[in-house]
Write a protein that binds this ligand. Structure first.
Ligand code: ACO
Length: 438
């Protein structure tokens, strides 16, 4: 934990039953949010650990970047509500905000945009990596592999103790990950790679690299570019979620940023995390028709089935995910722009949400739609295949990962992350020669 001094006072006293040994643990207070008991001296004073699988009640670090109040459905980036940023800001402005803590002045924004938008090309030899993958490789596998491979190409920015190296590698990641993502897609459909165009905005360039072909003119639809930019804003950071914690844990060892972000991408891929948007569309396709919703929800509620309502529930939000509301509105705007009047998947999703929000099972467990419930429908309407959904999420989250990684490295009190365990295996025993084993 950092050398930051925390406001607030008070303490928790822990007494070991059957002994007169006690430990007094200070209560730390951030700028907002609940108090946090400082457990650092617990083991030294009482010889006991805390047990918190899944870390639901554990603050693993302090951070100034993102705040979530899961009960109230509040999400703030550097203090600014996500609704305001979604309405007034843009992804690159949000990226600046997350990285540097303040909204940029016009001059700062222009310089930042130049730094990101002019470093979009990949080292030409990185191209060969794509050919090493099977054509049917999942683009997340390709993204993870090629981002990890960046460590082998950009040796001049690997010294994590040098602030200039950190800055350069951060820009390289934010600028080049969309190119890698687009090429992973192009490779999977057998089309030529489309090189980035630095005159385009961040989201525009992504649409261009993914959807353009050399044989034809391609004009980016500004409504779709704005929608994609908004999706990137909504996914840019989300506090200490699984993938961000993975990046911090990898980074705590001193690993280089490209390796750390590759680890974050791997963690994001799971269906309980970033893979949920892909899983939502698969679920909607499996349900097939509104008439099948009751049967499907019975399966979800059956304790003996592993079926979950994908896009519902969240470890932190016990209220409507504020991003899901914005996503739902965007969904309608995108479908209108594309002239899609009746989308059976959207109709199915709206009805599924309505039924679930009135069902005692979901109400009593405070399960609400999360950001992924509607994002897949938008992305599908925009022409992205389902396998690319989590890839686009990873592009957005790269900004959050990089910001969190930088914050951690710049903290002078940063230590290697090293959780403990309750050991439940065999007690110490002697080796038995094979001839004596029955
Ligand atoms: N469908 C059905 N039941 C659910 C769901 C769901 N989607 N989510 C939680 N529950 C139930 C659990 O079965 C449990 O019920 P019980 O108390 O009767 O045992 C209760 O709600 C609490 O659930 P937990 O598993 O303790 O919740 P946890 O915080 O561990 O899980 C998670 C959060 C992983 C997101 C979960 O809600 C889930 O699997 N959702 C579906 C996947 C998804 O949409 N993930 C995206 C998350 S957002 C993101 O990463 C961008």
């Amino acid at each position: 934990m950092s050398g930051t001094s925390y406001s607030g006072s008070g303490s928790v006293t822990v007494t070991l039953d059957g002994s007169n040994r006690t430990a007094t643990l200070p209560l730390l207070q951030g700028t907002i949010g609940p108090s946090v008991a400082d457990m650092r001296k617990l083991y030294a004073e009482l010889g006991i650990f805390t047990f918190d699988p899944g870390y639901g009640g554990t603050a693993a670090c302090d951070s100034k970047i993102t705040y979530i109040d899961g009960d109230a459905g509040v999400l703030l980036y550097r203090g600014y509500p996500i609704e305001q940023l979604a309405e007034h800001s843009s992804f690159l402005e949000v990226a600046y905000l997350l990285m540097y803590g303040e909204l940029p002045t016009p001059a700062q924004k222009a310089e930042f945009d130049r730094g990101v938008l002019h470093h979009t090309m990949l080292h030409e030899q990185l191209r060969s990596f794509f050919n090493g993958f099977r054509r049917d490789a999942h683009p997340m596998a390709v993204l993870c592999g090629v981002v990890g491979a960046m460590s082998a190409f950009y040796h001049d920015s690997l010294d994590i103790n040098d602030p200039e190296h950190r800055r350069i590698s951060a820009f390289r990641l934010i600028a080049k990950v969309p190119t890698i993502a687009a090429w992973a897609y192009k490779y999977s459909i057998g089309q030529p790679f489309v090189y980035p165009r630095n005159s385009l905005g961040y989201a525009e360039n992504m649409l261009y690299m993914m959807h353009a072909v050399p044989a034809e003119e391609y004009t980016v639809n500004p409504v779709l570019a704005r929608a994609l930019d908004l999706i990137l804003v909504l996914h840019a950071d989300h506090e200490q979620n699984a993938s961000t914690s993975t990046v911090r844990l990898a980074g705590s060892t001193g690993a280089n940023p490209f390796a750390c972000i590759a680890a974050g991408i791997a963690s994001l891929w799971g269906p309980a995390h970033g893979g949920a948007n892909e899983a939502v569309l698969k679920m909607l396709a499996d349900i097939g028709h509104v008439a099948h919703i009751p049967d499907f929800l019975e399966k979800v509620k059956d304790k003996n089935s592993a079926v979950r309502l994908m896009g519902f529930g969240h470890r932190v939000y016990k209220n409507y995910d504020p991003r899901a509301k914005i996503m739902q509105q965007t969904c309608h705007a995108v479908l209108a722009e594309l002239g899609i009047k009746d989308d059976p998947l959207l109709d199915l999703a709206v009805e599924l949400e309505r039924v679930a929000l009135h069902d005692e099972y979901f109400v009593s467990r405070k399960l609400y739609p999360n950001v992924d419930f509607y994002s897949g429908i938008i992305l599908k309407a925009m022409g992205f295949p389902t396998s690319m959904f989590t890839v686009l999420f990873a592009v957005a989250r790269t900004v959050g990962w990089v910001s969190q990684w930088m914050e951690m490295i710049e903290d002078p009190a940063q230590r290697i992350g090293r959780p403990r365990q309750i050991y439940t295996g065999a007690p110490q025993r002697d080796y038995l020669p094979m001839s004596r084993r029955t």
